[in-house]
Design a protein around this ligand. Sequence first.
Ligand code: SF4
Ligand code: SF4
Length: 495
Amino acid sequence: MAKFEVPVLSEEPARDIPEIQAGVMAHSRPFLAKPEHNKPLGFPDALVDHWQEKALGRMGSLLKRFRSLRVFLDSCVKCGACTDKCHYFLGTGDPKNMPVARQDLLRSVYRRYFTLPGKSFGPFVGANDLTQETLEEWYTYFHQCSQCRRCSVFCPYGIDTAEISMAARDIMDHIGYGQKYCNEIITKVHKIGNNLGLPGPALADTLMGLEEDVHQETGHDVKFPLDVEGVDVLLITPSADFFAEPHVDGLVGYAKVFHQAGVSWTVSSYASEAANFGLFIGSYEQMYKVANRIRKAAYDLKVKRIIFGECGHAWRVAYSFLNTLAGPWDFLDKDYPVPQHIIEFTTDLIQRGGIKLDRSANENMVVTLHDSCNVARGARMGAVPGGQFTLPRDLIKACVPQYVDMHPDTINEKTFCCGGGGGLLTDDLMELRVKGAKPRVEALKQVMTQAGVTHLASLCAICKSQFTKILPYYDIEMDAVVSVHGLVSKAILLG
Ligand code: SF4
Ligand code: SF4
């Protein structure tokens, strides 16, 4: 199946340090964005003339705008604590995938042009010219970082490689050297409202089809409303929820929860996407535009509250930035947090007896949870610290007879990325995705063999898509992956 070697799994997760293989992933690059992907976002069509000058100009403005970036570039002491913490290094052995080495690709240029020692002593103080070769390395290795922030958990200075990686991608976009996958998707959101380019009528058909399916299966009239004004909830969910497996089981779960709780809701055809790929390309301008589609939809539909479906980075953008990007939300009902996660909503209902679940509907399932990086390290959930870890687990435990956690070094704030986050979920990076998933799959295999785990639950659209694609490379069936609300959908008692 693979045109590359699939890594051999170790029996002890997060312990096996690979043999160094310099340059082994130097060939791995995503497709470059074409003019039709760049122009709508305001980026140059292709690599501009005098690109060095323009790249340095953009770097200078990012350094002024984000104090954190300068601090991160200045403060590394080369202690090495991060070196074996990145799943792409653990899965490939390429030393440029060590977080500190990745940072140094940008740091050496920063030193050369923005610090006095670098201007005076050049390579003697780790300062290098910005050459074509440097640019190619940026493009290669900043597209081997899923911006998962695991390395920053272990860095004594809290240096966030994700932020450095975002800055590098932003600089490249501004000289016409961006990545096709992300830019094409953002263009579709601006034009049509979602990552898939699914137009309103097709969305209406899909939702109607789901209504019929659920009615046939349960005998209940569970609605999947679109563009309904004056309802309680605007649901903002990843567009993969509308059709892909196992995502759609999650959407059916949300609909059943709303139905059973008697809460009116709607999806918007204008903002039919939770994902915000502006984060991945480090562009606050694009994040702002995508986030403001949600604001307009909520305002136009006159809803009282906004609830987000299962999507990791969407929740990070929502939780950490939505109020800054698109607030104030003074036209919404002040009794509810803005935004709220569907898992918060469902667990709260369970606690208040608003819905009932029957675990036996998921009999024979032993479930573990993959903590999504962006939820675990970029957000919270609910009012209690650590809610992003406890609430999903509480919900799963209410739905299934048996729950088992993976190795403690691979969950909660130390969770490993699925291997496809950060704008890397594209087929042109399949080798990287399979290899980068190694640490997560090792931990999963361990609980499958030692504790009889049968299913991996996820609360992120990217993780679900990545796992269904890469788990077969490691001899695990794709249907081992389930949505958290897919479990709710089976266990909830209707009527
Ligand atoms: S942010 Fe994640 S992917 Fe990027 S270097 Fe750190 S651990 Fe690796
Ligand atoms: S852990 Fe932090 S300070 Fe140490 S090498 Fe890595 S980035 Fe630098």
